[in-house]
Design a protein around this ligand. Structure first.
Ligand SMILES: [Zn+2]
Length: 156
């Protein structure tokens, strides 16, 4: 399964030319494969995107990431996502694990205070909570890998 690792030169060449656009995972319980592509694929491999479950075509339902493994490598998706997170710079790992919500919250808190300086304390709290809660929407998960120049779809 890992012929590519033995041929690093060939792998590099291919990586530059072609982006992996789909990949199959196998659901442990039913043993059937599901092919994922497009936005679903991008979200699944991007550790910044929230993905608690994924779809099994055979079972016609959502299943946990622990119960599915990549068909080509056998690695459970839950483990894969943790491994992808460890590949990125530490700051962005912290960002992913809550720092991002705090920073976005602080920015919206300052904006809220500037807009309503009379009730500064109240609007600081409102601004912070709003920004922190909405941070995944204010800063979509897909932007961060692009900023870092990482395309998780290409990483096995
Ligand atoms: Zn299934």
């Amino acid at each position: 399964m890992n012929q590519e690792q033995e041929l690093p030169r060939r792998r590099k060449k291919r990586k530059k030319k072609k982006v992996v656009t789909e990949r199959a995972y196998v659901h442990e319980a039913c043993g059937e494969a599901t092919l994922v592509d497009g936005n679903d694929f991008e979200g699944l491999v991007n550790p910044f995107a929230i993905a608690l479950k994924t779809y099994c075509v055979h079972c016609r339902g959502m299943v946990s990431l622990k119960s599915v493994a990549w068909a080509d490598t056998g690695e459970p998706l839950s483990q894969y996502r943790k491994r992808m997170l460890k590949r990125i710079p530490l700051f962005w790992q912290y960002w992913r694990n809550g720092l991002g919500a705090v920073i976005v919250g602080l920015i919206t808190a300052v904006i809220a205070v500037v807009m309503r300086p009379d009730d500064g304390a109240v609007f600081f709290v409102i601004g912070f909570v709003t920004g922190a809660v909405l941070s995944p929407m204010l800063l979509p998960a897909g932007l961060i890998p692009k900023y870092l120049g990482i395309d998780f779809r290409n990483i096995r």
